[in-house]
Every structure is written in structure tokens, then in C-alpha cells.
Design a protein around this ligand. Structure first.
Ligand SMILES: [Mn+2]
Length: 242
């Protein structure tokens, strides 16, 4: 029989040291098996409106007794937000964009699903090994996939921050990845404010140590020490036996 699991998590968001507003948002509901981060875009209070709509909608979910159905319902709900944000943008002006990335972790019993749109990420840490579960929906990731760019060339690339899919951007197509949760696994959900400033080896080391809260705070402090050019959002989820 599979081990019973329970989840301890800690989420935080920080405006960073350069931006005036925090357009990121997050959700932490270990009792419902749902966690999420969202990185809004649009400026003039529209970016934080977009990420807040995404997170508020996900916060309304109650636990599902079927992970596939849970995942379908989350994608459907986020598609409704996409329609709403596009209508709002259209009413604002012809060039207006009101959109948000989303990276969501859903868990039921010993299974997880990561659902995302954009360049916010979900990682899984098991036995010290960090796996990025999500694939960025970004211009550079498309160039890497097409063999036109190496990962090493990607970090300073002028289109590094161009997101190709988002809630509110239309033609919405989610990434989804499913897998098994074991006691001792940890997950990290984060926005690009973290991953643009901290490498995978450092993320693996910091997520592994101490409580979920201590891990999240160490990652935040690392970004702040490096100048925190963007808003940053970090959710660390620890799966524990019992
Ligand atoms: Mn960002």
C-alpha cells in the first residue's frame, strides 16, 4: 500500500529591489492539494489584476477525489479567466494586454499534476536531484527546442523574457505533466524573478535544507542579495510521511 502523505508548504512574494509594484501572486492550500504562482503583465495596475484573478479562481477550488478531473477543471477555470482578461483588455484599448503566467501544482493522494502557461516553473526535488517539471513557454525555449540556440546562449538573450503563452494572451494551450509523489519529495513553484537570478544547482541545494519556510526564505534572500531585478515569488512544498 502506498504511504500516506501530508504536505507542509511555505509561500512568499517580494516586490524586489527595482520594480514599484508587485504583479506576482501565489496560492498555498496544502489541505486542498493545490499550490500556484502567477506573474502578471500589463502595467498600470493591470498585471496585478490579472495575477490576482488567476489566483482567486484557483483558491475557490475544493479538493477533488480524482486528479484527472481536478486537472481538467483547473484548465477549464483558467480558460474562463483568459476570456475575461481578453475582454477587459479589449475594453481598455486596442494595444492593451492584461495577462498572467500560471504554474500550478495539484496533488491527490500520491499523484501530482503540474499545469502551466508561460515561464513560471514547477520543480521536483527527490534524493537531492532537481527536475524541472515545466517547460517555459518563451521565445528562447522555442529557439532552444528548434536547435537555434543552446541553453548557455539563452541567459542574456534579448528575447529571454518574451513569454509566448499566458492567461489573457489568447490561443491558450496549457503544459501538463503528471507523476508520483513520494515521502521526502519537495516541490518548488516560482516566477522568473527567482530563476533569472539563481541557478539550478543553487535551487537544488537551498530547497533541500531545513523547513519549507527556511528554504523559501533562503532563496528569497539570495535573489535580494543579487539585486532582485523583478518581482519574485517562491512556494516550497514538502511531502512528508503520515
Ligand atoms: Mn516576472
Amino acid at each position: 500500500m502506498a504511504a500516506q502523505l501530508h504536505f507542509v508548504s511555505h509561500g512568499l512574494t517580494h516586490v524586489g529591489l527595482v520594480r514599484d509594484r508587485n504583479e506576482d501572486a501565489f496560492l498555498e492550500r496544502p489541505e486542498h492539494g493545490i499550490w500556484a504562482v502567477a506573474d502578471g503583465m500589463g502595467g498600470h495596475e493591470q498585471g496585478d489584476y490579472a495575477s490576482a484573478r488567476v489566483i482567486d479562481r484557483l483558491a475557490a477550488f475544493k479538493p477533488f477525489a480524482d486528479l484527472e478531473e481536478f486537472t481538467d477543471e483547473v484548465r477549464r477555470a483558467l480558460s474562463h479567466i483568459d476570456v475575461h482578461l481578453r475582454a477587459r483588455a479589449k475594453a481598455t484599448g486596442p494595444q492593451a494586454v492584461i495577462a498572467s503566467t500560471v504554474a500550478c501544482l495539484l496533488v491527490y493522494r500520491e499523484e501530482f499534476a503540474a499545469v502551466w502557461a508561460g515561464d513560471s516553473r514547477v520543480y521536483q526535488l527527490r534524493d537531492g536531484e532537481l527536475t524541472q517539471l515545466t517547460i517555459d513557454h518563451s521565445r528562447v525555449q522555442e529557439l532552444i527546442a528548434a536547435g537555434q540556440l543552446t541553453s548557455a546562449e539563452a541567459s542574456g538573450h534579448p528575447e529571454a523574457h518574451v513569454v509566448t503563452r499566458a492567461i489573457g494572451a489568447g490561443r491558450l494551450h496549457f503544459g501538463t505533466r503528471v507523476g508520483v509523489v513520494r515521502p521526502g519529495d519537495r516541490f518548488l513553484l516560482c516566477t522568473d524573478g527567482l530563476t533569472n537570478m539563481v541557478g539550478g544547482d543553487e535551487i537544488a541545494r537551498e530547497v533541500a535544507g531545513g523547513t519549507a519556510q527556511a528554504a523559501a526564505e533562503r532563496l528569497r534572500d539570495l535573489v535580494l542579495a543579487r539585486g532582485a531585478a523583478d518581482n519574485l515569488t517562491i512556494v516550497v512544498v514538502a511531502a512528508e510521511a503520515g
